[in-house]
Each structure stands twice: as C-alpha cells, then as structure tokens.
Ligand binder design. Sequence first.
Ligand SMILES: NC(=O)c1ccc[n+]([C@@H]2O[C@H](COP(=O)([O-])OP(=O)(O)OC[C@H]3O[C@@H](n4cnc5c(N)ncnc54)[C@H](O)[C@@H]3O)[C@@H](O)[C@H]2O)c1
Length: 361
Amino acid sequence: MSSIGLAVVGAGYWGPNLVRTAMSTPSLDLKWLCDLDLARAQGVIGPYANVRATASYDHVLADPDIAAVAIATPAATHSDLVRAALEAGKHVLVEKPLTDSVAEAEKLAVAAEESGLVLMCDHTYCYTPAVQRIRELIRGGEIGDVQFVDSVRINLGLVQPDVDVLWDLAPHDLSILDFVLPEDVVPVAVAAHAADPIGAGRSCLAYMSVWMSTGALAHVHVNWLSPTKIRTTVIGGTRRTIVWDDINPSARLAIHDRGVDRKPVGSLAPDERVEALISYRVGDVLVPALPEREPLRAVMTEFGSAISEGRAPLTDAWSGVRVLALLEAASRSVEEGGARIPVPPEVLGRGSAARVAASQN
Ligand SMILES: NC(=O)c1ccc[n+]([C@@H]2O[C@H](COP(=O)([O-])OP(=O)(O)OC[C@H]3O[C@@H](n4cnc5c(N)ncnc54)[C@H](O)[C@@H]3O)[C@@H](O)[C@H]2O)c1
C-alpha cells in the first residue's frame, strides 16, 4: 500500500518531535514542514533531504500529494487550521488541546465525520505502555470499581504566553482519565482553584476536582512553579490500587493489593460500628514489566492506521471535546471562586447521556 503524504505544521518546541517520528513511520510520507517562520522550519528539516519547508499553509493544502496534516501550533490557531484542512479534504492529527472552545471542537468533530476524514487528537500519554496497561487493568475489572483518582503533574515548567497552567498541563491528566476509566464512569461536575503567585498574568498552579457519575472523585494538581518534578497518579479501586510514577523507570507502575474494606455491620450498635466497619488490607505489591516505547511513534502509527482502515482513531475528536468540556468548566469554576460547575452530558459530546444513565442504574 502506498504511504500517506503528510505535512507537519508548526516547527516550534513540539513540531520537531512530530517531524522525527513521522519520518520513522512507514505508513506516512512526510513531504512538507510548514511554519510562519520559514527559517525555523528550514532549520528543523536540515537533516531530512526529502522534506520541503514552507511558510504557506495554503500551498500545503493545495498540494494533491498531501492527504494528511499534523498540527503543532499554539492552541488558539488550531480551529482555523483544522477547519481549513478538513475543507481541503485532508485528514488531521492535532495537538492537545483540540481547540480553545467546546463549541468549536464539536463543529470540527462533526465536520470530520460528515466528510469521512480522520480527526485525531495527540493525547500522547494515552499511547504510553503504562497508560495502556492501566486501561487494561481498570477496564478488565482488575482493580474493581474506581473509587478515586489523584493525579499530580508539577515541576518547573515553561510559563506559556497564551494559556494558563490548567489549559497547558491538565489536558494530559484529563485525556488519561477519559482513556482509562470505564465508559460508564462519566464526569458530572468540576470545581477548580488556581493561583498566580508570581504575577505572570495567568494561573501558574491549579487544583481541580472532577466528580464522576458513579460517586468516584478525581483530583488533578498542576503546577509550573515546583522545583521538584512529580508525575504520579494513584487510582484506587474496591479491589486494588494502581500507583503510576512516570519518573520512576524501575517501577513506573505498581498494583497494590492494599486498601480499606468495609464490612457488613449487621445488627451492631452505632458505637460498635466504626471499628467493625473498616478493615485495612495489606497485601502484595505487583510491579508489572512494561515495554519501553516512544508514545509519539505509536501516535503516528495509529494516525496512519486509522486513515488506511477508514476508522476512528483511539483518541478521536470526541475525546478532545470531552477534555475541553472539563477545561471550560474548570475555568468557569476558577472565575466563580471555586464553585462546583455541573457538566451536563450533552456538553461531553455524543453518547455521554447514555453512559451517565447506564452508570446510575
Ligand atoms: N503532546 C504533548 O505532549 C505536547 C507537548 C508540548 C506541546 N504540545 C502542544 O503542541 C502545540 C504547540 O506547542 P509548542 O510548545 O510547540 O509551541 P511553540 O510556540 O514552540 O511553536 C509553535 C510554532 O507554530 C508556528 N505557527 C503559529 N501559527 C502558525 C500558523 N498559522 N501556520 C504555521 N505555523 C504557525 C510558530 O511560528 C511556532 O514556530 C500546542 O498545542 C501544545 O499544547 C503538546
């Protein structure tokens, strides 16, 4: 089968990673790197003789040899660039966040479906061996019902010029949650607190709570100002608890047979109940062996496969819509002093109402 002609758009911090991984993906044939800053694009493609640089996106979209574009420009530009690509009949891989608004993202998701084109979000973490194993463990019933999620993503990060820390970092945690949680565990409300202690003009640290339809509670903590780097997610279930420490390569994932059980109390008097009710389980900790694999290569392979097979990719536009719905609710909550903001199923996009109903039966 002939390979898919591809253009990468954006040659800043992340774009060169798309270029490098596209070059090593057999199903893709990288032909163009486009950036408003032509010299930057030329600098990036220096070693790749078969790739051409351009500052003209129109030129790329007019090239009949280009079937797909991969967009790594700032979030505020995504909408226009994705829409133009779809209108030109190109498949699209777009960086997180899909756009800067749910309404716009939904329109793009529908437009892609109506024209039979792939619109995929680069939710990179969903393609890591650790997150794929977590999804298998949760969806396979290994940990029981999810009770809580605690996700911490803090380090000395680049203060972004265009987005606050929630919009920069939380898409990672929220896309992971969307990917690993069972289909019937659906967000129903969000609250967030954020602060800008250095006067950067936008929030540099934030705490976000997400209530789920099943009663589970997730918490996401993101921070650009922490001198220590922590990337840990704890997912507690009725049977087991998963601890994912992404910066600990020798034990990135640990499955704890530890937790708190609640026993039936029968006819005990109220003052006898508390002790009888709770029992602590202290069992083994299993550290599964995980393959080492660059997730962005898997993203590129999935993009190529979804196009060739004419199917939705693992992280399709609707996953991007669901992440945006939570980000918008979080921003509103911050503006309203941390208020709890309901997330109705209709803003989570297609199929969510049925999933909420299923979880509450
Ligand atoms: N998946 C990940 O883990 C990950 C990591 C980092 C960044 N990102 C995402 O990648 C995107 C880009 O981030 P970045 O840090 O590389 O930004 P950046 O500012 O470093 O680079 C953006 C580049 O896009 C170019 N550009 C802007 N508008 C353009 C247009 N209309 N046409 C062509 N080129 C244009 C700019 O000249 C610049 O070179 C963002 O959406 C960000 O969230 C994803």
